[in-house]
Every structure is written in C-alpha cells, then in structure tokens.
Design a protein around this ligand. Structure first.
Ligand SMILES: [Zn+2]
Length: 498
C-alpha cells in the first residue's frame, strides 16, 4: 500500500460512511418512515449527499487519483482506484448545487409517485417526473462526448460496455422468439388451472414459510434482515448487513414465495463478496444485470423447477392442507410456471416478462431521443402493451405508474432485468454441464450450487465487470441465444407445443 493510496482511502472511508447513511435513510423511507417525514427529511438527505459529494470531488482526490495511476498497485487496489476514478469522472462534470437539488427532488418524488398511483392519476406525477427527466437529460449532456447518445451513458452506468447498439440486437432476438411463443402459449392457456393460487392464504403462515424458504436457499440471518414493503427489494450497507423486503397478499400464494426467493438471491450475492472488499467502492455486486442474474437464477431457474420443490412441496402442502389438498406437485409446477399476458411487470410470468422490459426500454429510448413528451407517456405506454401483450391498462396505476424507478431518477435500469434473465439461463446451461445440478436440487442440497456461484461470480464484488465474469467462468460473453433456447424448451414442454 503506497502513501498516496492511504491518503486517498481517508477520503473514501468518509465517502463510504456517507453512502451508508444515505442507504439507511432510503431503507427507512421504504419500510418504516411515516408518510409526512419525507418533505422534511429531504433536507437532511440533501446535506448528507453534499458531504458525500465534496469528499469525493475535490482537488486533493483528483491529484491523488492521477498520482496513483503511475504507482504500482495490487489488483484489489487498482480496481478500487479505477472505480473511484469512474465515479469521479462522472460526478466532476455535474455542478454540486444541481446534484443536491436533484437528490432533494427525487427524495420527494417517491411520495408524489405513490400518491398519484393510489389516485390512479398520472397528471399528479407528471410535473415532478418531467423535472427529473430534464435533470437527467442535462446531466447526461454534461457527461456526453461528441455525438454520444445520452441514453447510452445511462445504460453504461448500469452495465459497463452495454449501449443501445448492443441492446437493440439483444432485445430483437428476444422479441422475435418470445412474441410468437407467447401467442401459442396463450391459445392453450386454459389447459393449466391455477385457481388454487388465489384462495385465502393466511399471512402469518406465509411469513413462516417464506422465512423457511429464505434460509433453505441460503440467506444468512446473521448478516441479513427481512422487512416488509409495498414492492420487495434488496439493499446492502455492506456484505455483513444485507436487507431484503417481502410483501404479502392473502389472495395470492406465490407472490410472496417467489419474491422471497428472488430477494434472497440478491442477498446471497452480497453476502458472498470477499471480506477484503467490504466497505470499499467495489464491495457490492458488479452491476444491476449481474445482480438480477443471481436473483432470477434463484427465483426462476432453481425456484420454479420441479427438482427444487420435490423435497419441500409436502411442507407447503401441510402448511395449507385445506387449500392445496387436491394439488399434486405436478399441478403446482404447472401452476407456478403458467404464462398469461398481464399488466404488471413484477407479477409477470417468466415468458411474458421480457416484453415488459422491452416496452420500457423502447419508451426510455424515445424519452432521451426527444421523441416523446412526459404528458404523452401514458398513451404510448398503453399502445405498446396492446401491441406486444394484447392488453390495454384500464388505468395509469396498473400502467405507466406501476414502477418506482423513474421517480428515483433511474433511467436505463430496466434492461438490467432482461440481461439478468439471459445471464441466468446462460449460467444454468453451463452449470448443468459441469455438475449434477438437478440431483443437488432433488437432494435438497443447494450448497454446492451456491459455492460454485460464490467461487466464479460473487466473491469478486465489483472487481470484474459482467462480461469479464462470464468469460472467465465459461469462455463466452453474454449471449441471448441461451435465454431464447431456455424459454423455448421450457414452454414447449410445459404446454405440449411440439
Ligand atoms: Zn431483483
């Protein structure tokens, strides 16, 4: 460790501390904070954000980064400095006053969004959303090099090396395969009866079963907690403090089950990161896409397979002996994989899911290409749902208002979900080749699977990017063909489409 590195770390330790505080406020806002708190807490958040900013962006840090680029650093130190330089280069271009105003704006926006959604009224949300979009366009403009598309800058923030050019190709492949497949599946929709899922399911029992499930898949309660929120999510202070949430509906059994497996997948990724990266800028998962690959690997590839349920379905059946008494394992597996075009992304099945993402990707592209105004969003949203999924949202709450992402200023985030599903399928074919994957699930022994993921993906934190991880793991970068193959094989079999 060189002297300059040590000096840089004095700043970075503070930056990480302010980040931890900001994350805790965010966690609180989503779980426990009372409705009226935000308008006032926003000021505190603004001040903390400003401290975060000034500890990261200053002449000292700038000089240290440039000094360190000529010094001999370890792989770990080098990755940390590279990450700081990246944030530095991004943030240096944004005036601190505008950054603080933007943070205050987004802190207020989630409350406005929630109210507008409750009132099914996009017009209440449109002005603040419009302000957020204006800021994001301006910020992207500050950072854009000549002829660079602002949306490409945002996409690259979530997934290094990805842009509209690579994603147009990626989504095109998926669109071509999924739209006709979903049409075939929809014709045979009635062949799978799922009425059992919508009976009355006691919430206390759901919580107990979900607690069991999170531990069964490997979420370590010594390093993590589970709370409730309207929309399940994962947040980490560091790899020994990982927080996930779940939600419960009495008339929907599987919603909480698959949410908890999904969020546990995110949590396990964070918990498995090497301790020598804890509370450093590379101490979290490497990207949103890689994160979603892990949550979806647990939720869909593992959690929706027959082998996974074989050892534990009886336990669920005993929990709800009345509701599930006539539901065999085979019936349950068909039920949890049933596909039907629907309005809500987070409740969508595995097959129709990527279409929800493609719609958002296309709309965000239009926003940043100035092809659409904020007021026109509901209309375009509804048109695209009709075109790709054959259904029109009856109101904005189940249409354009359903996601919180834009209220937080997150544009370019949605593609990560589809990238994640595609990576998960690619990893699955690889792992089924190198280990008795199915047998492990049937034996209720998930630890060799978890260990393999830790060894090849989790432990590196942000040291390697997505394509570097995939290449080192299986000698191939992200390839949508595996995802298309996976969906085609799975749904052809499930619905007997041959
Ligand atoms: Zn997720």
């Amino acid at each position: 460790m060189t002297k300059s590195y040590e000096q840089l770390m004095e700043y970075i330790d503070k930056v990480m501390a302010f980040q931890a505080a900001l994350t805790l406020f965010e966690w609180d806002a989503e779980t426990l904070a009372p409705e009226e708190s935000m308008n006032y807490t926003a000021k505190t958040i603004g001040i903390l954000s400003n401290e975060y900013f000034t500890n990261l962006i200053n002449e000292d840090v700038k000089a240290l980064i440039s000094k360190l680029s000529e010094e001999n650093l370890s792989v770990r130190e080098n990755a940390i400095v590279k990450q700081i330089k990246k944030s530095y280069d991004e943030m240096e271009l944004i005036p601190p006053k505008e950054y603080q105003a933007f943070k205050e704006l987004t802190a207020k926006a989630s409350g406005i969004w929630a109210k507008a959604k409750k009132n099914q009224n996009f017009a209440e949300y449109a002005p603040v959303l419009d302000e957020i979009i204006t800021y994001q366009k301006k910020f992207a403009g500050y950072r854009a090099k000549a002829n660079e598309n602002p949306y490409d800058i945002l996409l690259n923030d979530f997934e290094e090396g990805f842009n509209t050019k690579t994603l147009d190709i990626f989504f095109d492949k998926i669109k071509k395969a999924v739209i006709p497949l979903l049409k075939e599946v929809t014709k045979k929709e009635a062949s799978i009866d799922k009425a059992y899922n919508y009976q009355d399911y006691d919430v206390t029992k759901q919580k107990e079963f979900c607690n069991f499930l999170s531990e069964y898949v490997g979420f370590d309660k010594a390093k993590g907690v589970i709370a409730e929120s309207a929309h399940p999510f994962t947040m980490q202070i560091h790899n020994h403090d990982v927080r996930i949430t779940n939600h419960f509906h009495t008339n929907n059994l599987e919603s909480a089950i698959f949410s908890i497996i999904h969020e546990s997948g995110h949590g396990i990724y964070e918990m498995n990161i090497d301790d020598d990266l804890t509370q450093t800028p590379v101490g979290g998962g490497t990207s949103m896409g890689m994160h979603e690959s892990q949550s979806r690997f647990f939720e869909n590839i593992i959690g929706r397979s027959e082998s996974f349920w074989l050892p534990i379905y009886d336990k669920l059946r005993e929990t709800y002996s009345e509701q599930l008494k006539d539901i065999t394992l085979e019936h349950f597996i068909k039920g949890i994989n049933k596909s039907k075009p629907s309005l809500i992304r987070t409740e969508a099945d595995e097959l129709s899911y990527p279409l929800h993402v493609i719609i958002r990707y296309e709309i965000e592209k239009m926003i940043f290409n100035n092809e659409i105004t904020t007021d026109e969003l509901p209309k375009v949203w509804n048109q695209k749902y009709e075109e790709y999924l054959g259904i029109t949202p009856p109101n904005d709450a189940v249409g354009v208002l359903q996601d919180i992402h834009w209220a937080g200023g997150s544009f370019g985030y949605f593609p990560s979900y589809a990238i994640g599903s595609a990576i998960a399928a690619q990893i699955y074919y690889h792992m089924a080749f190198v280990m008795p994957f199915d047998q492990y699930l049937k034996d209720g022994n998930l630890s060799p699977i978890r260990e393999y993921l830790k060894e090849h993906i989790h432990r590196f934190g942000g040291i390697k990017n997505t394509n570097e991880i995939l290449k080192d793991m299986m000698q191939e970068e992200l390839n949508a063909d595996y995802y298309v193959k996976y969906l085609t094989e799975k749904y052809t079999k499930l619905y007997g489409l041959d």
